[in-house]
Write a protein that binds this ligand. Structure first.
Ligand code: SAH
Ligand code: SF4
Ligand code: F3S
Length: 477
């Protein structure tokens, strides 16, 4: 999952609020998240743990007793953003020495106790698998000591913790189905910050989705770094340790998604991220079979050149990827497809960059999240290859793919005009209180007159106009 995908960019670094405090302990928490949907989902676990401790939340960090920032380490820029934000918090700490500042998430895991040496005013450093220990860590910090827990786990899935939905629209929610990643893509820090991949008990996933539906939610997004490798056979064993018989009885991602889709036809199901090397036709057939599983697949390619893909350790070639795109087009009519791409990975030549452009031209993605390569400590690429594409070349190549994508996204949006879309209304539109905004199955935002509709309703909208990324329409009965 990309840093800014699914998560509206405006939510990055925004205070997240617990809506219903119970038995307040008199202490106020300020919680802010960066990074991918997985991190935002983790913040809901953190909120649940602290909610049980009686914390209330605040949007104003100057009045907080505890400030937690859930961080991202995916690119250098993501870390710089957090460090800059920490300077704001440290100012408050100078006037209020009792304030506790905690750094959570991927950057905490990457830097471990080194963080405390670099940032003297930080009190707590806690990695993504250690949130259950937050109450003890806060207690330690309250005595004036520093508290660190960055242990990664092979089992932790927080399956029994009911997340507290933060700043929710009451309609859409994330459900984590796997944690960690075993893939070791050469550029990627995630395996180091989130540890080994493990799948969560499907019964707890289905229950969470059912509970959300009962509370009025109408869309769940199943989250994992590689959802296609989801596999549950009792103890969440890895494929390589499973006997043939256990595999027979195991739950695959396709089967899990089917279970969630069967909860109710009015519960929409989305999922992210699909991995080109693991996404099989079974998954595509399930998407096609259920009307309520959205026709949208995020299938990050990273590069359109097979030599670069090999160096990236992605486990597929350009041809394999193209075959997977053909399979989507064959099995799911009218499926939107998006990607992540990196420009200027180690040794990438101009010709190889052009292969990314030609692949994008061939697929014509509906959406894309594009980055220039940022070397990350400890990764395979950092240890084995030279980061030898000059910055200005990386940036220029990035601009070229961004320009191409803008054209494709615009064309895709335009092609929706004149058609009727089934839209799940999510919220009052930012531009007008008389309009609702939601998304169609293909994940395009659609804005329409509110009339008597409310968030959570399904509405048929005839698109009559569009901007570059949004359809504008009228309600049809
Ligand atoms: N699990 C997802 C990706 C998670 S990270 C997957 O396999 O596709 C989100 C995106 O950030 C990646 O897809 C990649 O495009 C980008 N990214 C990751 N590491 C990067 C790096 N070192 N430099 C630039 N972009 C990076
Ligand atoms: Fe990173 Fe690759 Fe895992 Fe995605 S699949 S999180 S890019 S290592
Ligand atoms: Fe997500 Fe950033 Fe961690 S993208 S997994 S929060 S490094």
């Amino acid at each position: 999952m990309s840093e800014n995908k699914i998560i509206d960019e405006s939510k990055q670094g925004e205070a997240l609020l617990i809506e219903k405090p119970i038995l307040p302990n008199g202490k106020k928490l300020f919680l802010e998240s960066y990074g991918c949907a997985m991190n935002f989902s983790d913040s809901e676990i953190v909120a649940s743990i602290l909610h049980d401790q009686g914390f209330t939340t605040t949007k104003d960090f100057t009045e907080a007793d505890v400030i937690f920032v859930n961080t991202c380490a995916i690119r250098e820029g993501a870390e710089q953003r957090v460090r800059k934000r920490l300077t704001d918090f440290k100012k408050v700490k100078k006037t209020n020495p009792d304030l506790i500042i905690g750094v959570l998430g991927c950057m905490a895991e990457r830097l471990k106790s080194k963080f405390l040496e670099e940032e003297k005013l930080v009190d707590i450093v806690v990695g993504p698998d250690a949130y259950r220990s937050l109450p003890e860590l806060i207690e330690i910090a309250e005595t004036g000591q520093k508290a660190v827990n960055v242990l990664l786990s092979k089992e932790e899935t927080y399956a029994d913790i009911a997340p507290v939905r933060l700043d929710s629209n009451g309609v859409t929610a994330f459900i984590s189905i796997t944690r960690g990643c075993d893939n070791m893509c050469a550029f990627c820090v995630v395996p180091f910050t989130r540890g080994r991949e493990r799948s969560r008990d499907p019964e707890t996933i289905v229950k969470e989705a059912q509970d959300l539906f009962n509370e009025g939610y109408r869309e769940v997004t199943l989250l994992g770094q590689n959802v296609d490798s989801y596999l549950w056979s009792g103890g969440g064993l890895k494929k390589e340790n499973i006997t043939a018989e256990e595999l027979q009885n195991a739950t695959t991602f396709a089967q899990l998604m089917e279970k969630v889709a069967m909860i109710d036809p009015d519960l929409r199901v989305r999922f992210s991220t699909s991995h080109p090397k693991d996404m099989n036709d079974d998954v595509l057939h399930v998407v096609n079979k259920y009307e309520n599983i959205c026709n949208y697949i995020h299938l990050p390619v990273q590069s359109g050149n097979s030599r670069i893909l090999e160096m990236m350790n992605r486990g597929y070639t350009r041809e394999w990827y193209m075959e997977r795109i053909n399979a989507i087009r064959r099995i799911i009519p009218d499926c939107a497809i998006s990607t992540d791409s990196i420009t200027g990975f180690c040794t990438e030549t101009e010709e190889e960059h052009k292969d990314t452009l030609s692949l994008m031209e061939w697929v014509k993605y509906d959406f894309a999240y594009m980055f220039s390569y940022s070397e990350r400590p400890k990764t395979l690429a950092e240890r084995k290859y030279k980061d030898d594409v000059p910055d200005d070349v990386k940036k220029r190549r990035l601009q070229e793919i961004v320009d191409m994508q803008q054209k494709h996204s615009g064309e895709r949006t335009k092609s929706g005009v004149g058609k009727i879309h089934r839209v799940l209304a999510e919220k009052i539109s930012k531009k007008s209180p008389n309009e609702l905004s939601g998304r169609n199955s293909q994940n395009t935002t659609v804005v329409f007159p509110k009339e008597n509709f409310k968030p959570g309703d399904y509405v048929n909208v005839l698109a009559t106009d569009c901007t570059s990324a949004t359809l504008i329409g009228v309600v049809v009965k």
